[in-house]
Design a binder for this molecule. Structure first.
Ligand SMILES: Cc1cc2nc3c(=O)[nH]c(=O)nc-3n(C[C@H](O)[C@H](O)[C@H](O)COP(=O)(O)O)c2cc1C
Length: 362
């Protein structure tokens, strides 16, 4: 593979993924100068990754990075996307042929410099609402992708309503043993582990501070966390997410036409553009999307995987949620991802790294 193609693919794999699981596989055919992209269904086994939708979303983000990087390096990416209706790891999700042409589309190349600096920032953000120019720019990025729409809430009272629903969904998150154990399987505790595994999240990127890191370590065995949940400490953890949403520039909901793998691939394309645009505007983003992924599971598989207590929470919060986002959720659109956005006073303490490109080549 030549250096330009390597640079393009390396830009691709800087995309975000749930808990930095990096659930993609790439086949590059030198003779045709063509790339095929596949999901890696084993990479993200989280309860959150229902029907591999989070995986498809990540692939959409990789795809978008590749298109942007390719055009920025003056190679025209000609592509086909295969609208999988069901999870399919054998057939490619997309194919991209790299063409050396004299005139290359410049679409999105302004976002290229942000690919390397985009990251999740879990630090507190300033309360200053986003400016209308910023809102317009972010919404425009989402609308460039088929079926995608971005809704942003800056109003303080509405943000508070969203935050209190996120809080309730977060209680489910901290009370589920599978989610607790999956989260811990992705935390990287020291530099040696970060460098060796090159996936998951460095503990310091969770921004819990020194005391918070100690607390997290202490809570690793499920019986400890379970005990804490029983005496109400889990609520304090969920409170943290609530506060972070109340104190931010805006809360954003990305929606797509439906909930098929193809819709989520498009959501990933839109998310990446939004995130790169935010990065170039000096804004930080953190997905806070347990709530939408719980709803998605209920829509795709019913609520049988939830305890009675958690079913009750979900059926209590869903109508409230739908009334907040009524404008966009009509016409049976699907929630793809919820995030908070704003100006952070400083960059993240630590950033999640990626595996070497070779690890994804098949
Ligand atoms: C589908 C999806 C869901 C995510 N959900 C959360 C979340 O609920 N909370 C959070 O802090 N980060 C969330 N993230 C961010 C990932 O943890 C992050 O992208 C990954 O660790 C890589 O780090 P980076 O974004 O800094 O490159 C999510 C990312 C994706 C793609």
């Amino acid at each position: 593979m030549n250096e330009k193609i390597r640079t393009i693919l390396q830009a691709g794999i800087l995309a975000p993924s749930g808990d930095n699981t990096q659930p993609w596989l790439l086949r590059y055919k030198e003779d045709k100068n063509e790339l095929e992209m596949f999901i890696d269904p084993k990479a993200d086994q989280s309860f959150f990754n229902v029907g591999q939708r989070a995986t498809y979303l990540s692939l959409g983000a990789v795809f978008e990075n590749i298109l942007i990087a390719s055009r920025a390096l003056e190679i025209e990416p000609e592509f086909e996307i295969y609208p999988h209706k069901e999870v399919d790891s054998q057939n490619p999700v997309a194919k991209i042929r790299f063409k050396d042409k004299t005139s290359v589309s410049k679409k999105g190349i302004n976002l290229y410099p942000a690919i390397g600096t985009r990251c999740t920032n879990r630090k507190p953000y300033k309360k200053t609402p986003l400016e209308s120019q910023e809102i317009k720019a972010l919404i425009r990025e989402a609308e460039g992708i088929e079926g995608a729409k971005l809704s942003l809430i800056v109003d303080k009272a509405l943000k508070k309503k969203v935050a209190s629903l996120v809080f309730k969904a977060d209680i489910i998150r901290v009370e589920r043993r599978d989610l607790h154990e999956f989260l811990y399987s992705t935390i990287r505790w020291n530099q040696e582990e970060i460098n060796r595994k090159r996936d998951g999240m460095p503990i310091r990127s969770l921004e819990a501070g020194f005391g918070g890191d100690l607390f997290l370590r202490f809570c690793e065995p499920w019986p400890v966390m379970n005990f804490f949940n029983k005496i109400g400490v889990g609520r304090a953890v969920a409170m943290h997410a609530k506060k972070s949403i109340m104190d931010c520039g805006a809360v954003g909901l990305l929606t797509v036409k439906g909930n098929s793998p193809y819709d989520f691939f498009n959501a990933g394309r839109a998310l990446e553009r939004i995130w790169l645009c935010a990065t170039s505007l000096g804004l930080s983003i953190q997905p806070v999307t347990a709530i939408t992924l719980f709803f998605l599971r209920v829509d795709l598989e019913g609520d049988r995987a939830f305890s009675i207590k958690h079913r009750d929470i979900l059926s209590d919060i869903r109508p409230k949620w739908q009334s907040i986002w009524a404008d966009v959720l009509k016409d049976s659109r699907s929630e793809a991802l919820l995030f908070r956005i704003g100006k952070s006073s400083s960059p993240p303490t630590s950033r999640a790294i990626r595996k070497e490109l070779e690890a994804f080549l098949i």
